[in-house]
Design a protein around this ligand. Sequence first.
Ligand SMILES: CC(=O)N[C@H]1[C@@H](OP(=O)(O)OP(=O)(O)OC[C@H]2O[C@@H](n3ccc(=O)[nH]c3=O)[C@H](O)[C@@H]2O)O[C@H](CO)[C@@H](O)[C@@H]1O
Ligand SMILES: C=C(OP(=O)(O)O)C(=O)O
Length: 440
Amino acid sequence: MTSALRIEGGTPLTGEVNVRGAKNLVPKAMVAALLGSTPSVLRNVPEIKDVQVVTSLVELHGVAVDLDKETGDLRMDPSNVSVAQHADIDAHAGDSRIPILLCGPLLHTIGEAFIPDLGGCRIGDRPINYHLRVLEEFGAQVEKLPTGISMKAPAGGLKGASITLPYPSVGATEQVLLAATMADGKTELKNAAIEPEIMDLIAILQKMGAIITVETDRQIIIEGVSELKGYQHVALPDRNESASWASAALATGGDIFVRNASQKDMSTFINVYRKLGGGLDIREDGIRFYHPGGDLNPLFVETNVHPGFMTDWQQPLVVAMTQAQGVSVVHETVYENRFGFTDALVRMGATVQLHRDCLGPTPCRFGHKNFKHSAIITGKSQLHGTDIHVPDLRGGFSHIIAALTAEGTSNVTGVQVISRGYEHFVEKLESLGANFEVVK
Ligand SMILES: CC(=O)N[C@H]1[C@@H](OP(=O)(O)OP(=O)(O)OC[C@H]2O[C@@H](n3ccc(=O)[nH]c3=O)[C@H](O)[C@@H]2O)O[C@H](CO)[C@@H](O)[C@@H]1O
Ligand SMILES: C=C(OP(=O)(O)O)C(=O)O
């Protein structure tokens, strides 16, 4: 796997990239397959590290998995789901946060589950308190061990519950959906997340036989059923990868057609991109994102839960904002620590000041807690190449964009993190005309 790139900046990225299924849906859809009494087929599956990690986790639990890398068809047969050793689960959990979502399906099928130390991007504390509370409300017996958290189903299985999330967490909403569909009785979930990836997971569960009603005001009602069958489903396209290539086009002064980028899942991003001065050509088969020439406009952006501006879009777009003429402000309200990547941008010549105050009107959980969660970006800055070690998935992709935007050479190490969520990104960069070498 590629771990370092020597990038010569200054060449606009131009051409076409193809985006397949979403990193934030596919692993959850794989977990849902465990609930079926017959095999499932998920289509449009990308070759990314998170899919490999979840493949080994479900295989450890006895699911037979077969991926056709070319077509992206993933077949999962859960006929022999079985208990796995804690140490093996820990060894296969990789950098992913998905192990926690296996709890509901495993409690239903084998009556026990184990959560190892979780990976995922270090963009905040990332507690799992909502998940544990949700599982306890379904009746799971939770025990903290030195090696992780072990869980057992109550006698008679999980029972439906009435749950209100303190914040519309994506993961906790998925936890409820995956636990409630086969729980005994009805589950009412309030303050649920309603991201497109959640709606796609609901569509999958409905194909399997679940009864799930999405009501107004973030309420979801799940009527438990005693059996689910396998599904066939085409995963929705990755709107985060699409937005990342869009940002790369703008920052480098380029022109990229993102095949399969979906307007309906990206409408908030598209509005912001347009206000920033980005060019767009929205087609049936994808979206062309380009720099139309002239100056980019400074902007105010607040990240938020769907349908707000997604936190995962923030990091790549900040690089494009360093190329806008004037003062832009970003208020990050989803994660308390998602601006660490700007250190490298500042070393490259960008003017980015981080603030602990909420620089925006949306009430946010971090304002009085000493977290640098607002940024002021003053442009336009000429970026210069430097040495960078990438910190996380989106921050890492942002550093690649910055290195491509900069004049001179950047040595970027730790890039293997990026393959957790970006399929074939080195090959895609090459096809877009990026000037770089893979460092062995
Ligand atoms: C694999 C995946 O789908 N990851 C996405 C998912 O992450 P993930 O599901 O982990 O994110 P959540 O929506 O759960 O987190 C949102 C906020 O809730 C907090 N929280 C969450 C759970 C909990 O038990 N306690 C708690 O306090 C988090 O610290 C964070 O501040 O949604 C995020 C928000 O759109 C995206 O950035 C991630 O790309
Ligand atoms: C934060 C992210 O993912 P994860 O939850 O897998 O760490 C991301 O996709 O940007």
